[in-house]
Unconditional design. Structure first.
Length: 167
């Protein structure tokens, strides 16, 4: 074995890390946690993460931006909910805040418009149930997306009033 080749364990840790990244994007902390949980040696995990970062394959800033874009545009998540998700995945608070602000500016996402759009869509799906059940389910749906109480109450009044006028 030549000295220029990485040890067998480092290679398998690196390969496992690549496989995990191929499945979906991850942040450094999340990838580190997963590799350690799978029993990879800490030194090999550190080496693999360093190698992936140097190659540009592991970048918390890009990961935070991708996740923010996906959650905000796809799931209609609030800034608060996205920040919680990024924190849970180990992304630094400053990196997360910057990514959220940038994506919301670039995509011109208005949380007030988003919550109203999501509420109206969900309300259409709840057409067959009574008003109290609609209100309760709609509240839970919006709360799970991270919207605060004031925003939820405002949009509930708006969409429930509009819905009753149409009935």
């Amino acid at each position: 074995m030549s000295s220029s080749r990485p040890p067998r364990t480092s290679r398998s840790t690196y390969d496992r890390a690549l496989d995990l990244l191929a499945a979906r994007a991850r942040g450094q902390t999340e990838l580190r946690r997963l590799l350690l949980r799978k029993g990879e040696p800490e030194a090999d995990v550190d080496a693999a993460i360093e190698r992936l970062s140097a190659a540009g394959l592991l970048d918390d800033t890009n990961f935070a931006r991708q996740l923010t874009r996906s959650k905000a545009l796809g799931a209609g998540a609030s800034k608060r909910r996205i920040a919680q998700e990024l924190s849970r995945r180990g992304v630094d608070r400053d990196v997360a805040s910057r990514a959220i602000a940038d994506v919301f500016d670039e995509e011109e996402i208005d949380e007030a418009d988003s919550i109203e759009r999501i509420a109206r869509k969900k309300l259409r799906l709840l057409a067959g149930v009574d008003a109290a059940t609609q209100r309760r389910r709609l509240y839970g749906h919006l709360a799970r997306r991270g919207y605060d109480l004031d925003a939820i109450q405002r949009v509930l009044q708006l969409v429930m009033a509009d819905d009753s006028e149409l009935s």
